[in-house]
Design a protein around this ligand. Structure first.
Ligand SMILES: C[S@@+](CC[C@H](N)C(=O)[O-])C[C@H]1O[C@@H](n2cnc3c(N)ncnc32)[C@H](O)[C@@H]1O
Length: 235
């Protein structure tokens, strides 16, 4: 087992058509690190990353949970087949393991993973672009997010809801331009509380990593729960 708590950049594999770890990837890993003790106490059986790119994030998660979460199974998907291959190399270089699947979000895994993912991590294509740039082959699929950067995000959220277990946690990266407050309200109507784990202003972007979890109170009261706990809070 590797002595590192997160993936080491010099051991992260690369390919010209695969997204390299960047500020958003680092923000997501920092959010997971900040929540590491909670994650260990959470005893996740199944962790899934959608859109694994270079493998930097899923490898970091496997390393930071390490032996203390030895029963945990890791799965990572990406629509770009080069990415799943590069992720395999990154995992191997760090001595950790995940099951890799080239697919659109989690297409083909719906039945197998329904209500069973305890930790779901996503750094989606969130950059506002013309709609016709979304879903192109190769590196463009890493960032092209369509109108308000929401095209892929809005397809991913219902999948997340279907795959998360009752105790499931979702960590997702957003830009200010994606209107994360509105996403939190939308998730709230489905019974999810939310909290900003990392908020970061880079030279180019205003990034948020938001954690969502099911809150029974919100599920019972649905849309009428605006006075209940579980609103967006910073930490
Ligand atoms: C911003 S990159 C993040 C990569 C990596 N997780 C990281 O943080 O460095 C987004 C990734 O999502 C993948 N992706 C885009 N659309 C997807 C889809 N519909 N289903 C699965 N993966 C997708 C891209 O190929 C890319 O690897």
């Amino acid at each position: 087992m590797s002595p590192f708590k997160t993936a080491q950049i010099h051991l992260v594999s690369s390919h010209r058509e695969v997204y390299e770890p960047c500020d958003d990837s680092f923000a997501l890993v920092d959010a997971l690190l900040a929540d590491r003790v909670n994650l260990l106490n959470h005893h996740p059986t199944l962790c899934l990353e959608v859109g694994c790119g270079s493998g930097y994030v899923i490898t970091s998660l496997a390393l930071m949970l390490g032996k203390e979460a030895s029963g945990t199974h890791y799965i990572a998907t990406d629509i770009n087949p080069h990415a799943t291959r590069v992720t395999q190399e990154t995992l191997e270089a760090h001595g950790v393991h995940a099951e890799l699947i080239s697919t659109d979000i989690a297409y083909g895994l719906e039945k197998r993973l329904a209500s069973s993912v305890d930790v779901l991590i996503v750094n989606p294509p969130y950059v506002p672009t013309p709609e016709d740039e979304v879903g192109l082959e190769g590196i463009a699929s890493a960032w092209a997010g369509g109108e308000n950067g929401r095209s892929v995000i809005d397809r991913m959220l219902p999948v997340a809801d279907a795959l998360l277990s009752d105790k499931g946690w979702l960590y997702m990266v957003f830009l200010e331009a994606n209107n994360p407050s509105q996403i939190c309200l939308q998730m709230r109507e489905k019974g999810y509380a939310s909290r900003i784990v990392v908020q970061r202003l880079t030279e180019e972007e205003s990034l948020h990593v938001i954690k969502f979890w099911k809150n029974a109170d919100l599920q019972v009261h649905g849309k009428d729960s605006s006075h209940k706990t579980g609103t967006i809070s910073t930490s």
